[in-house]
Design a protein around this ligand. Structure first.
Ligand code: FCB
Length: 488
């Protein structure tokens, strides 16, 4: 089903090693024991961000409001009271951020396009000035030899479309397809890799089920509608882009996590199976097998019209996998989410500052599942990273040994998965910059670059130095020879 295109090889070939190395204290601070196994020479190294989390400039050049503008300005919705109004001001500071990536030796940048910049009303007239920003960003990336990986939707729906029902309105498949076509028409001559959606199940669960993300809707019926219409939009847009362009690598991005019962009680085992269906297979099964998970077929049946499942099963060129940890689940009759919820972690499990378990082996499990049950698609890890309570910058660097160790362990897992035959092609760290972490606000820092939100000063963390060493195959990282220098 997955077609590996010649494009991938040519995209990688055009990625040049940036001329100047990263002259940072961070490099020295990152020295690690030689414990990361070798990754293939053509492995692609990138960093990931999303529009609302970093761009700021929410009223610049005709951008319309998004559901996250509305949500973050609603008192009580964001834990630290911040908004994405300014965030990292990447809209104005993108050139320096690209320069930083180049100096670190990163080869690819996954970012998202803000639909409300391109179509402020969600449909209709295209706002050329909004697209101009991405034009400038893409040119800056290409000038540094960094491959742009664009994602068309990372949760920032135009508010005007929410007012028309948003993801509950079936018409959104057409709205999204029009927006995707307009965007690719402008950028597709230079951006060759396009993901349709970021984590539809997470958007449906938290934004349309639990209600702690925008647009703040709740309940199972709401979740089901948001799921189906995202799946449909993904397939419809991808097919339209495929028909119009023959030289693009088209895919989508899912959040995948192994789901385990938190106890040995039978009801928790049953809950884990339901949770797995609602988080993972709700997207995987329609995408790869053209059906909804059996447990929920009846819930989806009233929404599914003839042809929908065939449209959703659009052949992908790649699947983006965002991996953070496993889910440990208990039976929870009051939970909207298939009467299941997150439960206690196994004793002794280390966690990040988000309370998320640190379980690198889960990445191997996710990739093995794709290998064994979904035809071993061509995969990029499009997000992986960790939030820790980092110390303040000292002498131009932030020392973040926990993040270094997190990355080291997950890169080892990536190598393990490749050794086991999984078609993993690259790794994008989440995130390039500390940013606006949705309902948590600015207090939760995932960046490999520290951002002082008061001054917008960027300070590289030791973890960026570590990644830079790994990419360049420096002695001491254990990945000797795996850097960009040896790419095809
Ligand atoms: C993912 C989101 C991303 C970021 C990370 C921490 O689910 O895609 O925007 O918030 O979690």
């Amino acid at each position: 089903m997955l077609r590996r295109r010649d494009f991938l090889t040519s995209a990688l070939a055009s990625t040049a090693l940036a001329a100047s190395p990263l002259p940072l204290v961070a490099m020295k601070a990152s020295a690690q024991p030689a414990s990361v196994p070798r990754l293939p020479p053509a492995f692609l190294w990138g960093a990931s961000t999303s529009a609302y989390q970093i761009e700021g400039a929410v009223t610049a050049d005709g951008r319309g409001p998004s559901i996250w503008d509305t949500f973050s300005h609603t008192p009580g919705r964001i834990n630290d009271g911040t908004t994405g109004d300014v965030a990292c001001d990447h809209y104005n500071l993108y050139a320096g951020d690209v320069e930083l990536m180049a100096r670190a030796g990163l080869q690819a940048y996954r970012f998202s396009i803000a639909w409300p910049r391109v179509m402020p009303e969600g449909t209709g007239a295209v706002n050329a000035k909004g697209l101009d920003f991405y034009d400038r960003l893409v040119d800056a990336l290409l000038a540094q030899g960094i491959s742009p990986f664009a994602c068309l939707y990372h949760w920032d729906l135009p508010q005007a479309l929410q007012d028309r029902g948003g993801w509950h309105n079936r018409d959104i498949a057409g709205w999204f397809t029009d927006y995707a076509q307009a965007t690719v028409a402008r950028l597709g001559d230079r951006v060759k890799s396009w993901a349709m959606l970021n984590e539809p199940s997470v958007h449906a669960i938290f934004g349309h089920g639990f209600g702690n993300h925008a647009p703040g809707l709740t309940g199972w019926a709401s979740y089901v509608k948001a799921q189906h219409h995202q799946n449909l939009a993904q397939g419809t847009a991808l097919r339209a882009l495929r028909a119009a362009h023959s030289d693009l690598m088209l895919g989508t991005v899912l959040s995948l996590q192994p789901v385990l019962p938190a106890t040995d009680r039978p009801e928790d085992a049953a809950a884990a199976a339901r949770f797995d269906a609602a988080w993972n297979t709700i997207n995987l099964d329609p995408l790869f097998h053209g059906r909804y998970p059996a447990a929920f077929e009846a819930d989806f049946a009233p929404l599914v019209q003839p042809g929908d499942l065939a449209a959703i099963r659009a052949p992908l060129d790649f699947l983006g996998v965002n991996y953070y940890g496993r889910a440990h689940v208990v039976n929870a009759p009051d939970s909207f989410l298939a009467q299941a919820s997150f439960g206690p972690l196994p004793p002794g499990t280390h966690t990040t500052a988000m309370g998320w378990p640190i379980e690198p082996q889960g990445m191997v499990e996710v990739l093995a599942r794709l290998r064994d049950h979904y035809g071993n698609p061509l995969v990029f890890i499009t997000e992986n990273g960790a939030c820790f309570d980092d110390p303040a910058p000292v002498n131009g660097v932030v020392i973040d040994p926990q993040r270094v160790e997190f990355l080291r362990a997950h890169l080892a897992a990536a190598a393990d998965a490749i050794g086991k035959g999984c078609a993993l092609q690259g790794y994008f760290v989440w995130s390039l910059l500390d940013n606006f972490e949705w309902a948590e606000g600015e207090r939760r820092r995932f960046g490999v670059v520290h951002v002082d939100f008061a001054t917008q000063k960027r300070t590289p963390k030791a973890s960026l130095g570590f990644l830079s060493d790994v990419i360049r195959g420096k002695p001491g990282t254990g990945i000797g020879g795996a850097g960009v220098a040896s790419m095809p």
